[in-house]
Design a protein around this ligand. Structure first.
Ligand code: 5GP
Length: 188
């Protein structure tokens, strides 16, 4: 049976990764989509496992050929993107495919797959709560935190465009909510 697609998006600091990792362990046959990048492999990363590692030239050629569902060029020559052929091959193998992606990429992928995809936005309870979380993490300078909050405000404006929104105020509740929404979608 063909799989389904679940697209997650969230401002940084909203607990998205924790919620996705929880869902991956619930026996739902969820598999991360393997993206392409032009950055070099790190450590033990292998081609076709963490990413497909392409040269910048090859990445550009494949953009021109219309092979990407979405992509970003983070800076000159450093690309990340989702290959349609890869998502389709994972779906054809019966995998339920998880994309963890920015709000614009999420919107594009949802537009391509329509009812075969569920777009899910993980929302922090408020910008103030997000600030407290980012400050509490202690990993970012005040400038970086302000940048992230400005970006989060922009990203939050996309929430109404998603199929479902899960508010992460209390993590256990958010995990249960996400599990319910995703399970219902996969059973439909
Ligand atoms: P890293 O280089 O640490 O593996 O990833 C850097 C960033 O690239 C992450 O924030 C990740 O979300 C983003 N990224 C990874 N794959 C894709 C993709 O397929 N499309 C887009 N738009 N961003 C991606």
């Amino acid at each position: 049976m063909t799989g389904k697609l679940i697209i997650f998006s969230a401002p940084s600091g909203s607990g998205k990764s924790t919620i996705i990792n929880y869902l991956m362990e619930q026996g739902l046959n969820l598999h991360f989509s393997i993206s392409a990048t032009s950055r070099p492999p790190r450590g033990t990363e292998q081609n076709g496992v963490e990413y497909f590692f392409l040269s910048p030239e090859e990445f550009r050629q494949r953009i021109a050929a219309g092979e990407f569902l979405e992509y970003v060029e983070v800076y000159e020559g450093r690309f990340y993107g989702t290959l349609k052929s890869q998502v389709d091959s994972q779906l054809a193998q019966g995998q339920n495919v998880v994309c963890d992606i920015d709000v614009l990429g999420a919107e594009r992928i949802k537009a391509v797959y329509g009812p075969q995809a569920l777009s899910l936005f993980i929302q922090p309870p408020s910008i103030d709560a997000l600030r407290e979380r980012l400050e509490g993490r202690g990993t970012d300078s005040p400038e970086v935190i302000n940048d992230r909050l400005a970006r989060a405000t922009y990203e939050l404006s996309f929430a109404p465009k998603f199929d479902a929104v899960v508010i992460n105020d209390d993590l256990a509740t958010a995990q249960a909510d996400a599990l319910r929404v995703v399970s219902q979608f996969l059973q439909a």
